[in-house]
Design a protein. Structure first.
Ligand SMILES: Cc1ncc(COP(=O)(O)O)c(C=O)c1O
Length: 432
């Protein structure tokens, strides 16, 4: 049965008089055939305004590691709600959540909670500058660290504007962005130790921020030895190493990419899967740096930081991840999906690439070779991939048009089977 989305399209059109574009995040615009209006979620499914039941691989853009509506998280939020909503004081539940983060995350000697990944990134950058007394932050082409003026540079630059590999241009991510906000930011290509070494040895860099696995571009793994090399370079040059684990955290392993890959940063930023969909983020890291929030006049605030309902969700989510069994299940089902997609592409003689990890992987069309950096993925056929996700949607599978696939513990073998069948039908419809 082919699904249609007329009710979503109608509501979005009507809602344009309420919110620009009828949506509340620009990442929800420009979706083919229409941004969706959703009524409810359950396990691996979303139920939309047209009455469709869709297998969901957006998972709220990554957070729903336990699936939609997992009982332990719902019950914990409800129980906390009975005790009140917000106190501007400390609660035992926030200490429980912090204890769990410390237990799971190698670098986490201290933790501070806030509400969005974008905010926690700002705290980490401020700490790095305060700890070193230096101005500059190095970020990498194709990495995303939130929507704010000082970091939304060269996230998805066009080939024509991105400059040379040795000196990538500063490409702003938004009109209206403060042009001076990039003045203390340097852009470097990722996965290239020599280029980074040259930059860090100038001695003016406060912090290096990176996605330790480049999830926002094609889910690219660091080259063997790269993260170790960066760690060493940062230690030698007195530079604060910040891992942005907003996607990888609690998703690729209970301790995030740093635990999976065995490289410990000075600071790390978390969000998304930390609370299975409630708005929680965290900055965590070395005690001497984190304590600058108290001893070093580093300002960190937020009315809603460590919100009790969110902390209840955090503790319930992290408790569900503790024994690690969820990762074995996600690994098995994610592998089946990745291998299944590869087989279908091969059988149908369609050039494509599946890469990444079972809990977060990436599919692209038009190129078979590995995608090793931001510049490689410019050669993929994005229009064909949008045709594929559009065809998938009409076959009951909701996957991101940017190519990423997020898995949850609720995606069981039956869901995987249904997804593979839908992919086989959709890829034919979308043949480049
Ligand atoms: C790696 C990374 N860092 C930071 C952010 C920003 O987080 P938020 O959208 O919660 O502000 C995102 C969001 O997708 C992200 O993927």
């Amino acid at each position: 049965m082919t699904m249609t989305f007329a009710a979503s399209a109608r509501r979005i059109a009507e809602a344009k008089s309420l919110a620009p574009g009828g949506v509340n995040s620009n990442f929800r615009l420009g979706i083919s055939p229409t941004p969706l209006v959703v009524e409810r979620g359950e396990g691996p499914y979303l139920f939309d305004a047209d009455g469709n039941r869709l297998i969901d691989y957006y998972l709220g853009m990554g957070p729903m590691i336990l699936g939609h509506n997992p009982r332990p998280v719902i019950d914990a939020i409800k129980a906390q709600l009975e005790s009140g909503i917000l106190f501007a004081a400390q609660t035992e539940i926030e200490y429980e959540a912090a204890t769990l983060v410390k237990r799971l995350v190698p670098c986490a000697e201290r933790v501070r909670f806030s509400c969005s990944g974008s905010e926690a990134v700002q705290a980490a950058i401020r700490l790095a500058r305060a700890a070193t007394g230096r101005p500059t932050i190095v970020k990498f082409e194709g990495h995303y660290h939130g929507w704010l003026d000082n970091v939304v540079w060269s996230v998805a630059p066009q080939a024509s504007e991105m400059g040379e590999r040795d000196a990538p241009a500063h490409v702003p991510g938004s009109n209206g962005q403060d042009p001076n906000a990039g003045a203390t930011l340097d852009i470097v290509v990722w996965n290239d130790l020599d280029r980074l070494a040259t930059r860090l040895r100038r001695g003016d860099v406060a912090g290096v921020i990176m996605e330790p696995i480049m999830c926002n571009t094609s889910v690219i793994a660091p080259k063997p030895g790269y993260l170790d090399g960066v760690r060493k370079l940062c230690s030698e040059t007195g530079t604060v190493l910040i891992f942005d684990e907003v996607i990888t955290g609690f998703r690729v392993a209970a301790g995030g990419a740093q635990a999976l890959l065995g490289v410990t940063p000075d600071l790390a930023v978390y969000g998304k899967a930390i609370a299975n969909g409630m708005p929680v983020s965290a900055v965590a890291g070395r005690a001497d740096i984190m304590d600058l929030m108290v001893t070093g006049k580093v300002m960190h605030g937020g009315t809603y930081n460590a919100h009790p309902l969110c902390m209840a969700a955090t503790a319930a989510t992290l408790n569900s991840l503790l024994d690690g069994s969820i990762y074995a299940r996600i690994e098995a089902r994610g592998r089946r999906l990745m291998e299944g997609f590869e087989r279908i592409l091969r059988d149908r003689q369609i050039a494509g690439r599946v890469q990444g990890l079972p809990g977060i992987f990436h599919v692209s069309l038009g190129r078979r070779e590995p995608i090793g950096d931001y510049r490689d993925q410019l050669a993929t056929d994005k229009a064909a991939y949008v045709r594929l996700t559009t065809a998938l949607l009409t076959n009951g599978v909701r996957a991101l048009e940017r190519g990423a696939w997020f898995l949850s513990d609720a995606h069981d073998d039956a869901t995987v089977d249904a997804t593979l069948a839908a992919f086989d039908r959709a890829v034919v419809a979308a043949r480049p």
